[in-house]
Write a protein that binds this ligand. Structure first.
Ligand SMILES: Nc1ncnc2c1ncn2[C@@H]1O[C@H](COP(=O)(O)OP(=O)(O)OP(=O)(O)O)[C@@H](O)[C@H]1O
Length: 261
């Protein structure tokens, strides 16, 4: 797909202001997150289990509704968007999941094409009537992730690493302005995990878009991220380049030190 996005047009294009989320009243999970994202490349979000990393990504694509705060996407508040405006904003946010979330009974190429559903009329989407341009783009993306020969296979016949490649191709098929990846490597072996991070890095650079990646492996995160956001207990405690993260920061993020080598 030849479309790249112009950073100059998008200064401050994703700004999260004082975001709060409570699943149950009086028990805040996100306690006022403020992050401003303008740059392309991988931004890794690290932090212990249960600190709210997935909750943050799910708020950004409105899979869940925040309790308070603002998520400004090109100046429009995603938290207030409804109906067709929400649909338009959402299709610009490509999501990659830990467990891939493919439609198992569909073929690989059909899964990639589902990335276009948000752009189609309800009637065309229902009939899965994709344009020739979309079909060509899907094959190009499949080639880019190294799965051309698997195009006609059912998604459930692929390995985990191959499925995640399909998940990434589907997200990029949306022509997103931001990629969100929720622990995209957690179910994969170390070598495949690196390959998946390489793909996310490549697409975020080629398309000139940011990729927010929740990730547990701090070493892997530091290798690929231009910026690291460390969360602890629902707040941001580190926001900066990976090379500036110290053991003190890591202790503050994860607590204790027995796990540090
Ligand atoms: N739908 C929900 N209803 C109620 N509580 C939830 C829901 N989803 C998440 N939580 C709670 O919110 C807290 C944060 O969960 P979240 O999944 O955002 O954390 P995380 O940092 O992504 O953790 P992990 O790294 O283990 O995935 C946890 O205590 C979790 O139990």
């Amino acid at each position: 797909m030849s479309v790249t996005h112009n950073t100059a047009e998008r200064s401050n294009f994703l700004e999260i202001r004082n975001l709060k989320k409570e699943y149950t009243a009086g028990n805040p999970i996100l306690k006022g997150i403020s992050i401003n994202i303008t740059e392309p490349g991988i931004i890794a979000i690290i932090g212990p289990s249960g600190t709210g990393k997935s909750t943050l990504l799910r708020c950004i694509n409105r899979l869940i509704d925040p309790t308070d705060g603002q998520i400004l996407f090109d100046g429009a508040d995603l938290c207030l968007a409804k109906g067709s405006q929400l649909r338009k904003l959402r299709r610009q946010v490509g999501m990659v999941f830990q467990e891939y979330n493919l439609v198992e009974r569909l073929t690989v190429i059909e899964n990639v094409l589902t990335g276009r559903l948000g752009y189609m009329s309800a009637w065309s989407a229902w009939r899965r009537k994709f344009s020739q341009e979309d079909i060509n783009t899907a094959f190009e993306l499949l080639d880019a992730v190294g799965l051309t020969e698997h195009a006609k296979k059912r998604a459930d016949s692929l390995s985990g690493g191959q499925r995640q490649r399909v998940g990434i191709a589907r997200a990029v098929m949306q022509n997103p302005r931001v990629l969100l990846a929720d622990e995209p490597t957690s179910s994969l072996d170390p070598k495949t995990a690196v390959e998946i991070m390489e793909l996310l890095e490549r697409f975020s650079e080629e398309k000139n878009i940011p990729a927010l990646v929740n990730i547990h492996d701090v070493k892997l995160a530091s290798r690929f991220a231009k910026r690291m956001i460390g969360m602890s207990d629902g707040v941001v405690v580190y926001d900066g380049p990976p090379e500036n993260i110290t053991d003190e920061h890591l202790k503050q993020i994860y607590g204790g030190e027995s796990w540090l080598v």
